[in-house]
Design a binder for this molecule. Structure first.
Ligand code: ADP
Length: 197
């Protein structure tokens, strides 16, 4: 059975993780982030070590490995009763991240909405990332050149992935607005796509 899925996309600094967590707290939704999934793997296990070796180098974990692990992770979440695919929408963040992954998960997902958290003014995102870099001591994020490179990689990847899905599935919310307005816009998109109950 394919999971009824909302795919979450957003450039670095868009607050994708924050909004994914918030949506996951709404009854009827269940949030899964592949970044969190990898971070939760025991660093002592063989799969955990393999994944960590890529993540540490800032590289993507190979497609086959990512999808196999994700499928296993979903089964664990269903078996434990945390995710109820009959009753809940899956809010998926971080997958698919490549064209190959989009092809591989085609039959696993029934994508009902692609929620694109975008910010037309890249300078706002740059300032947010630099602010976070100072707080978290992430020097890699502090350099403007590094940030712009991350945007370029992100845009290229996203374009390729979105090309796999009908355009009508994508709804964009502007994350340069105040957070309660972003929340309202996300709510409106959900009502428009999933109905008002
Ligand atoms: P970031 O946006 O910095 O990549 P994430 O939390 O989304 O942060 O992911 C952390 C790391 O986990 C990534 O850098 C990558 O190595 C790995 N990862 C997450 N999702 C995927 C995926 N779909 N395919 C391959 N690797 C992934």
């Amino acid at each position: 059975m394919a999971y009824q899925t909302i795919l979450l996309f957003g450039p670095p600094g868009s607050g994708k993780g924050t909004w994914g967590d918030i949506l996951g707290k709404v009854p009827g939704f269940f949030h899964v982030s592949t970044g969190d999934m990898f971070r939760k793997l025991a660093p002592t296990s063989e799969v955990g070590q393999l994944a960590l070796s890529y993540i540490r180098r800032g590289e993507l974990v190979p497609d086959e490995h990512t999808v196999a692990l994700w499928r296993e992770y979903m089964q664990t979440l269903i078996a434990s009763g945390d995710f109820k695919p009959d009753e809940q929408h899956l809010v998926l963040d971080g997958l698919p991240r490549t064209r190959a992954q989009a092809r591989m998960v085609k039959d696993d997902l029934e994508v009902v909405l692609i929620l694109f958290l975008d910010c037309p003014d890249r300078d706002i995102l740059v300032r947010r990332l630099q602010g976070r870099a100072v707080v978290e001591g992430r020097e890699d994020d502090a350099s403007e050149e590094v940030i712009h490179n991350r945007f370029r990689v992100y845009e290229q990847q996203t374009r390729e992935i979105l090309a796999h899905y009908p355009e009508r599935l994508t709804q964009t919310v502007d994350v340069s607005q105040v957070p309660y307005k972003i929340l309202m816009d996300i709510g409106q998109v959900l009502v428009k796509r999933l109905g008002a109950g």
